[in-house]
Design a protein around this ligand. Structure first.
Ligand SMILES: [Ca+2]
Ligand SMILES: [Ca+2]
Ligand SMILES: [Ca+2]
Length: 278
């Protein structure tokens, strides 16, 4: 009975965070200085990278100890070749986030391609699981949630309705783009199972996560760390089903379909959510 209760609790927790993910910005406080917060977060994460290293024996981040290469050193000297800084501009603010690619995925042990969909774009839908940690201090991380069941999520923002999968925080879109491939579906009669899928760690400043709003489980201005398994994706995801991939509904050609509104009769709907604009 206790076991059943625990499973139920896990399911409820998963659903909570799933819907939290759909709430792209949380509740915003008016006049919040996002630019100042970005500088604070950048300082915190720069220090955090000095205080942790990647332990290859357990594929996990650990507090730094003597003789280990900190994430900061790894980044500065490209030691592992797996740890990268990603610089993005969001709402006219410059952000740095970080990805540690544990497995790129998409190939078997003999280097044969077993998932030919390629890397996701910032607009594609993905099948994944994740474990979420809050970077509570520059030397402390705390577990928020371990997801168990793979779920579909749109990296491109969508209206938060039952007609769409929930959309991700921006850090996921920028972090998974060009870094991970899906794996091979080997499910047979049991739970959804993949092999040779992509795995990474994302370190994300609050401005590319839940910002100053937070969620029911994540505090305001919280920097986050995710372990992500990328099982599969929908190549050329087409949110409005008009035959043009969302990533290509980019009228001004800046690589960001969120800022293209070509329909004078429907000026608040981006083209990738408007089937009348192709
Ligand atoms: Ca479309
Ligand atoms: Ca655009
Ligand atoms: Ca369209």
């Amino acid at each position: 009975m206790n076991k059943i209760k625990n499973i139920l609790a896990l399911v409820v927790l998963s659903i909570t965070v799933l819907y939290s993910c759909g709430d792209n910005n949380g509740i915003q406080v008016n006049n919040f200085d996002h630019e100042a917060q970005a500088l604070i977060d950048n300082d915190s994460l720069t220090q955090f990278l000095k205080n942790y290293y990647f332990d290859t024996s357990v594929d996990s981040i650990k507090p730094i100890t003597a003789g280990k290469t900190s994430l900061a050193d790894d980044l500065a000297n490209n030691i592992s070749g797996n740890f990268k800084e990603i610089k993005v501009k969001e709402n006219d603010i410059d952000y740095s986030m970080y990805v540690y690619v544990i497995e790129e995925g998409g190939k078997d042990a003999n280097n044969n391609v077993i998932n030919d969909k390629g890397f996701p774009t910032v607009m594609d839908s993905i099948l994944s699981t994740y474990q979420l940690w809050a970077i509570s201090r520059t030397d402390t991380i705390s577990l928020v949630e371990t997801g168990t069941n793979p779920f579909w999520l749109s990296l491109g923002p969508t209206p938060n309705s039952l007609d769409f999968a929930n959309s991700s925080i921006r850090g996921w879109a920028y972090g998974l783009k060009g870094n991970l491939n899906g794996g091979k579906n080997i499910t047979s009669n049991g739970p959804i199972t993949y092999e040779n899928f992509g795995r990474c760690i994302l370190i994300i400043p609050s401005g590319l996560a839940y910002r100053n709003g937070g969620t029911t489980t994540i505090g305001a201005n919280q920097n986050l760390l995710f372990y992500i398994n990328l099982y599969d994706l929908v190549k050329d995801t087409d949110h409005d089903n008009d035959g043009v991939a969302s990533i290509n509904e980019d009228a001004n050609g800046d690589g960001d379909p969120r800022n293209d509104f070509s329909d004078d009769n429907n000026p608040a709907t981006p083209d990738y959510l408007n089937p009348n604009i192709k």
